[in-house]
Design a binder for this molecule. Sequence first.
Ligand code: FEO
Length: 406
Amino acid sequence: MKDTFKAVKIFDDVYWVGAIDWDIRHFHGYLTSRGTTYNAFLILTDKVTLIDTVKASASDEMFARIASVIDPEKIDYIVSNHAEMDHSGALPEAIKRIQPEKVFATKMGAKALGQHFDLPCDITIVGDGETLDLGSDKITFAETKMCHWPDSMVTYQHGRQILYTQDAFGMHLAGLERYADEYDQTILDYEATKYYANILMHLAGFIDKTLEKLTALNLDISMIAPDHGPIWRTPEDIAKIIGDYSRWSAQKPTDKVVVVYDSMWGSTAKMARAIGEGLSEGGVKAKLMSMSSCHRSDVVTEILDAGGLVVGSATMNNNMQPAMADVTTYAGGLKPRNLVAGAFGSYGWSGEASKNLQAWLEGLGLNVITDPLRVNYVPNSDDLATCRQFGIDIAKATLASLQGNE
Ligand code: FEO
């Protein structure tokens, strides 16, 4: 391990000592197509400090990187910005091996860590705004509740102007390059959007509070160092990711309508294609996503910056098809907002699927503009013309909704 993994220098006294998970593809329901990183940071001040740890299974990699610059036993403090196990899993072993003088977390962090692990030491609770003297530098803690968990906080290192932000401003992207400006912008944009949509979309109110808090603190920030993916270090990149979060939390509608569906014998798919054509004729961008070929987390990513959502399913055993139950359960928990919506589907004799999808849309408080569009068995040419018109109507309502959101 020690000959394979080295710490990556950020400054003479700050190192990245995290782990790269090239292989992970399923992150509690989220398809992490490009893997991820669990970032931990080592600050070599008078009081040597480790910011966050890594997933338990990546502990050896983190320790090897630490050992490439310092004997791990020389670490005095460990800061836990976030208790979720992708960042705290290696904490019990770290405490055991390092025996740090202190481990810091928020009050909720101390509680959560205690409920996850049988830790061999007490956690020192830090208050919102509290500053810790590290000797040759100092760090200040700021609580950022529900960004991502109740325990979440960010840590600001004054001398180096680094904001360590745990999940916030992160993305699932494995790679040996440590800085965002070393990656293709298209990849960064997609993975940051996907991360926000799948992890933080339902917490928009808390994201706003975090952004307001960071603005009020008026910090000079030279780097944003999240716990996943690359570090933002250019003024342009820092301004962009903060601006992206502000835009995503508002979830303003656009002229894109996502059509999510699953078909049984091809009839609902034919309806979806005709609806898509109608959407385009009506002046919006249509994005058709069949659940036989798309992943739920990519669907949610598309929904984040859409203005409309149309969901369809064939009726099977008096209900929607299993793939639609999957994506509606997942997407519903992430609470999409500000969408014009509609439901459709083919049926044989009872036709509950589109009604249940309509109820799901209404339960989310979306702007459902019409009754469910249902076709008995296989759509004929008149049915397909009706589907096309349904798409045109959704497009018009979506474009009208943009006026009210400008
Ligand atoms: Fe990356 Fe909420 O943990």
